[in-house]
Design a protein. Structure first.
Length: 292
C-alpha cells in the first residue's frame, strides 16, 4: 500500500513554528517563533523566486502572450533554448555561454547559504546546506533512480510535445542553435546540468521545504511546485506548460518519498542531455523531428 503523503515541514528555528519540524532534531532559536518567523520565510521565498524561476515564469507568460497574438499558428513559431550569443565569433560566443551557465547557478548558491544558516551553531552544524534537501554525494542511488525517471518521463514527454505541436498548441522547440565548433557538445551538456540543478534545487527541494515550514498542506505544496514548473515553460506553448506541470507533480512526489533532489537532478540532466545533443545530431536527418 502506498504510504500517505508526508508534509515537508523541516524546521528553520527552535521555537514552535506552525508547519515546522521534520523529525530531524534541528535547533530553532526562540526569536524565530510565530508570525515574524513566517513573515521572514515568506519574504525569503519570494526573493529567491524573484531572482530565479519566479521571474522566468513571468517572462515565459509574456512570451506566450506575444506568441498567441502574433499572426500565424503556434507551431509555425519557434522557441530556441540554446542559441548563439555572438554569431561568427566562436571564442566570444563561448565566453558568453560559460558566463550564462555560471550566473544561472547563483540562486542555487544563495539557497545553499540560506539552508546552511538553518543548522549553523546547532548540534548538526556542518550537516546543513544542500544536504538538507538531499543534494550530496550518493551517485549510485541518484543515477539509478534518475535513469528510470528519465526513461519514463523523457519518452512520454517527447510524444506529448509532438502531439501538442501537431494540434497547434505548441511552438516548435529548437533545443540548440549553436555553431559547429569544438565546444558545442560540452556546452550543451553543461547547459543541461545547469538547468537540472537550478530547477530541482529551487522548485522542488527549497520550495517544498519552505512551503512546509509555512504550514502549507503537502498537496498544496506539490501543486504550487508543479504549477511553477509548468509556468516557466509556458514560452513553449500549452504542451510545454502541461507536460512540465505533470513532470513537476511526479518529481515532487518522488522527493516526498525519498527526501532527495539528487535523483531528480540526475533525471532532469539526462532528459535535457538527450534532447539537446540528440537534436544536434538528428535535426534535418530524420523526418519525425520538427525543426524551425
Amino acid at each position: 500500500m502506498e504510504e500517505p503523503l508526508q508534509s515537508d515541514t523541516s524546521p528553520v528555528a527552535d521555537a514552535d513554528v506552525p508547519g515546522a519540524g521534520d523529525g530531524g532534531g534541528a535547533r530553532r532559536p526562540p526569536e524565530a517563533a510565530g508570525e515574524p518567523a513566517r513573515r521572514l520565510l515568506r519574504n525569503e521565498t519570494l526573493i529567491v523566486l524573484a531572482l530565479s524561476l519566479g521571474a522566468s515564469a513571468v517572462s515565459a507568460l509574456i512570451s506566450f502572450v506575444g506568441s498567441l497574438t502574433r499572426p500565424g499558428g503556434l507551431k509555425h513559431q519557434a522557441a530556441t533554448l540554446n542559441a548563439s550569443h555572438a554569431p561568427g565569433r566562436p571564442w566570444l560566443d563561448l565566453a558568453w555561454q560559460v558566463f550564462g551557465i555560471a550566473t544561472a547557478l547563483v540562486p542555487v548558491v544563495l539557497v545553499a547559504h540560506l539552508l546552511l544558516r538553518e543548522r549553523a551553531g546547532g548540534p548538526d552544524e556542518g550537516a546543513g546546506g544542500l544536504r538538507l534537501i538531499g543534494f550530496d554525494r550518493r551517485p549510485g542511488f541518484d543515477l539509478g533512480v534518475g535513469a528510470g525517471l528519465a526513461a519514463v518521463i523523457g519518452g512520454s514527454g517527447l510524444l506529448l510535445y509532438l502531439g501538442a505541436r501537431a494540434a497547434g498548441f505548441n511552438l516548435t522547440v529548437v533545443p540548440e542553435a549553436l555553431p559547429e565548433t569544438w565546444w558545442k557538445i560540452p556546452v550543451l551538456i553543461a547547459s543541461a546540468v545547469q538547468n537540472a540543478v537550478l530547477e530541482e534545487v529551487i522548485v522542488v527541494g527549497y520550495l517544498l521545504r519552505r512551503l512546509g515550514q509555512l504550514g502549507w498542506t503537502p498537496w498544496a505544496a506539490v501543486a504550487a511546485s508543479a504549477v511553477l514548473r509548468g509556468s516557466y515553460h509556458l514560452y513553449q506553448g500549452v504542451g510545454g506548460f502541461v507536460g512540465n506541470m505533470v513532470m513537476g507533480v511526479i518529481f515532487a512526489l518522488v522527493y516526498r518519498r525519498c527526501r532527495r533532489v539528487g535523483p531528480l537532478v540526475a533525471a532532469h540532466a539526462l532528459i535535457d542531455i538527450v534532447a539537446f545533443v540528440g537534436y544536434a545530431l538528428l535535426a534535418g536527418r530524420v523526418g519525425w523531428l520538427p525543426t524551425a
